[in-house]
Design a binder for this molecule. Structure first.
Ligand SMILES: NC(=O)c1ccc[n+]([C@@H]2O[C@H](COP(=O)([O-])OP(=O)(O)OC[C@H]3O[C@@H](n4cnc5c(N)ncnc54)[C@H](OP(=O)(O)O)[C@@H]3O)[C@@H](O)[C@H]2O)c1
Length: 273
């Protein structure tokens, strides 16, 4: 007899799951027994991610599209409901880190896109899931935020500001949707993905040396935290943000590295700096 897994029978939507952290989250949730609906804009990449999930025995579907398009979010919810008859878990992972540079130069359209993708889409997808399933049956939401959301940094002001809004949205939704739905966020530090390649490719050693954990993050570090947060093991946790940053926030006290050197590296290597 197969042992019961923590998410057996539940259905999850993971946005931006064709690569990086989202793909690892989809993998973890599937490994814990969930049916998984994955999204991303590139249809080929979505198909590839779904094929990989199915190859390891997961029940997965994919819906290509842009989370900034509200019609796409309804389609995703509809497809998950048709396939699985439920939407227990929503992971808002897709994001953009544009526009780079000083806020005084921020292009208005790029700024609006950042908020459409990073803030509005998570709200709209939760609205879809709430109406389709969660308002009657409950569920769990995790928003993927960033360690940078609560402090200032050069050139990523638009990104950090939008993620700060996502942090607040997380708390607000947690208050509004309890007791049926729990809403939390995770805030990664530097993780080895495409989005952050321009940092770790040039400054991995310096950043790693400055962290109490001595290494940068891998997607699975974040995915495991998400898997736990959506499980019943976290049933008394809502409205909180879980830092998954290898100790980035506390690095000033680390004996293994020079925190200011890390900061200089990050500043130096951000495009536009
Ligand atoms: N990597 C880090 O160091 C780091 C640190 C802190 C926070 N985070 C957060 O972690 C999350 C995942 O980032 P990542 O590093 O894994 O990035 P990534 O490797 O670039 O992957 C991003 C994923 O999102 C999809 N995506 C991007 N824009 C989208 C859109 N408008 N609509 C639908 N899908 C979209 C991408 O596929 P398509 O391009 O095909 O759409 C891809 O599947 C993000 O919320 C990011 O802010 C990352």
């Amino acid at each position: 007899m197969t042992a019961q897994r923590p998410l057996d029978g539940r259905a999850a939507i993971v946005t931006g799951a064709s690569r990086g952290i989202g793909r690892s989250i989809a993998d973890e949730l599937a490994g814990a027994g969930a049916h998984v609906c994955v999204t991303a804009r590139d249809a080929h990449d979505v198909g590839e991610a779904v094929a990989a999930l199915r190859a390891r025995g997961a029940d997965a579907i994919g819906v290509p599209g842009d989370v900034a398009d509200p019609a796409h979010l309804w389609e995703v919810t509809d497809r998950a409901m048709t396939a699985y008859g439920r939407v227990d878990i929503v992971v808002n992972n897709a994001a953009t880190n544009q526009p780079y540079g000083p806020l005084m130069d921020a292009d208005p359209d790029a700024w609006r896109t950042a908020f459409a993708v990073n803030v509005e889409a998570p709200l709209r997808l939760v609205q879809c899931a709430w109406r389709a399933w969660m308002s009657e049956h409950g569920g769990a939401v995790v928003n993927v935020c960033t360690e940078g959301a609560t402090h200032v940094g050069p050139n990523i002001g638009a990104y950090n500001t939008s993620k700060a809004a996502l942090l607040h949205l997380t708390a607000q939704l947690a208050g509004e949707l309890g007791p049926l739905v729990r809403v939390n966020s995770v805030s990664p530090g530097l993780v080895r993905t495409e989005m952050a390649r321009f940092v770790w490719e040039r400054a991995e050693e310096t950043v790693a040396a400055g962290l109490p954990t001595g290494r940068i993050g891998e997607p699975v570090d974040v995915a495991r935290a998400v898997r736990w947060l959506v499980s019943d093991d976290a049933e008394w946790i809502t409205g909180t943000d879980l830092l998954v940053d290898g100790g980035t926030r506390v690095r000033a006290a680390s004996p293994t590295g020079d925190a200011q050197a890390v900061q200089r590296q990050l500043r130096y290597h951000f495009p536009g700096a």
